[in-house]
Design a protein around this ligand. Structure first.
Ligand code: 6PG
Length: 474
């Protein structure tokens, strides 16, 4: 046995992760179903470190020091099960299988349980940062047993991104906790991207700015509290010109957003947990709307408002910056609420502040802002919502007039801003002294005798709506 850790599945993420390990001085066994990939990796990057190529699963397993650390980087779903089923019989109690793909946390729970029964550790590890992150330092969210983290943590922390000397990797919690948190990370990623898209769309269609001008606005924002990887790449994309046509690049890309499923899972899971994540849900639905070509074509001639442009583009851009920041706070607050709800449901004991810490670098949603979230949890680890943290509450208060103006402008000019709107509605719903849920309860009691509770007395009640409308105790 010459390798400290092994990676099987050498598509771009697996290959870059293996190179990252090798570059950090960890001898890494590499294996792929088709051996050509393994050979190509060693040929091209062999000089970067100690690679131990293996042609067969048996050879691969034999090359790993014990307890074995085997990372699988294959497609989520059936391919992952197939690889696990192939390797599990070759392993011995105490060995570890790490799934670094975007698995559904329920699959990870199932696999962890099955492998635990035969003495193996199964670690569902969320890995974020795309190809570049895998190579130069991703954010890593490993779940699984404490014991497995003792053996894996130092290696993973070594190859993860670091911010202020702190690695962007920590033990998230048992079984599916890591993949759950990665799923919510992606849900937040969807929401953040949607909000940025709406900001762009408003600047373009309400103020009439050109993509290159909007790139400048985003560049300015990136120097302030919105500083983040997503804002930075947005400026890059908007400034880019299509070589073939000379048009702004964003104008030659078909406007139908795809998705691989993690955003959808976030919303499905939130529905099961009863957590309101409107910002994430609207982002998933916005991608869905964009993809319905027939529906959009059939609706194109529906009447809209009389076209008009805003006079003061600079003032509006300032308002949009505030609306974006406020909506972003809401989207992240919703995602963190979901993490806390999932943690309570599955007994994971996840530290939300630690999640904010490991998202500061390496991952797609990396941002200065996450330091603020960490500080909010430091100040009040049990807070039911980030919105009431002193810093965020003040920012929301300061932004709210502009936020309302932007949402009103979007409605008035007919530029859709579902993310901004739902975030503001969530904010106002939480602030409300009374919600029309009282009326909902009364209606439910009227048509279905579903009963209601009263503000002034304990118990459940029903009104005899079809009779003399006296109230009875249910
Ligand atoms: C990451 C990303 C990544 C995700 C892609 C595409 O954290 O590195 O979240 O895991 O798969 O961003 O996701 P969609 O295809 O669903 O947009």
């Amino acid at each position: 046995a010459q390798a400290r850790i092994g990676v099987t599945g050498l598509a771009v993420m697996g290959r870059n992760l293996a190179r990252n390990l090798a570059r950090h001085g960890h001898p890494v066994a590499v294996h792929n179903r088709t051996t050509a990939r393994t050979r190509a990796l060693v040929e091209e990057f062999g000089h970067e470190g100690a690679f131990v190529p293996a042609e067969t699963p048996e050879e691969f397993v034999a090359s790993l020091e014990r307890p074995r650390r085997l990372v699988i980087m294959v497609k989520a779903g059936a391919p992952t099960d197939a690889v696990i089923d192939g390797f599990a019989p070759l392993l011995e109690p105490g060995d570890m299988i790490v799934d670094g793909g975007n698995a559904h946390f329920a699959d990870t729970r199932r696999r962890e349980r099955a492998l635990r029964e035969i003495g193996l550790h199964f670690v569902g590890a969320g890995i974020s940062g795309g190809e570049e992150g895998a190579l130069n330092g991703p954010s890593i969210m490993p779940g699984g047993s404490v014991e497995s983290y003792e053996a894996l943590g130092p290696l993973l922390e070594d190859i993860a991104a670091t911010v202020d000397g702190t690695p962007c990797c920590t033990h998230v919690g048992p079984d599916g906790a890591g993949h759950f948190v990665k799923m919510v990370h992606n849900g937040i990623e969807y929401a953040d991207m949607q909000l940025i898209g709406e900001a762009y769309d408003l600047l373009r269609n309400a103020s009439g700015l050109a993509p290159a001008e909007i790139a400048e606005v985003f560049r300015t924002w990136n120097g302030g509290r919105l500083e983040s990887y997503l804002i930075e790449i947005t400026a890059e994309v908007l400034a880019h010109t299509d070589a073939a046509t000379g048009r702004p690049f964003v104008d030659v890309v078909l406007d139908r957003a795809e998705q691989k499923g993690t955003g959808r899972w976030t919303v499905q899971t939130a529905l099961d947990l009863g957590v309101p994540v409107g910002g994430i849900a609207e982002a998933v639905f916005a991608r869905s709307v964009s993809g319905h070509a027939d529906l959009r074509a059939a609706s194109r001639d529906l009447p809209g408002p009389v076209p008009s442009r805003l006079e003061d583009a600079a003032a509006f851009a300032d308002d949009v910056e505030k609306a974006l920041y406020a909506s972003k706070i809401v989207a992240y607050a919703q995602g963190f609420h979901q993490i806390q709800a999932g943690s309570a449901e599955y007994g994971w004991d996840i530290d939300p502040g630690a999640m904010a810490t490991i998202w500061r670098g390496g991952c797609i949603i990396r941002a200065r802002f996450l330091d603020r979230i960490r500080a909010a949890y430091d100040a009040d680890p049990g807070t039911p919502t980030l919105l009431t943290d002193a810093h965020f509450a003040e920012a929301l208060g300061d932004a709210q007039d502009a936020w309302r103006k932007v949402v009103a402008t979007s409605a008035r000019l007919g530029v859709p801003a579902p993310g901004f709107s739902t975030a503001l509605a969530y904010y106002d719903s939480l602030r409300a002294e009374r919600l029309p849920a009282a009326l909902t309860q009364a209606q439910r009691d009227f048509f279905g005798a579903h009963t209601y509770r009263r503000v002034d007395r304990d118990g459940s009640f029903h009104t005899l709506w079809g009779d003399d409308r006296t109230e009875v105790t249910a």
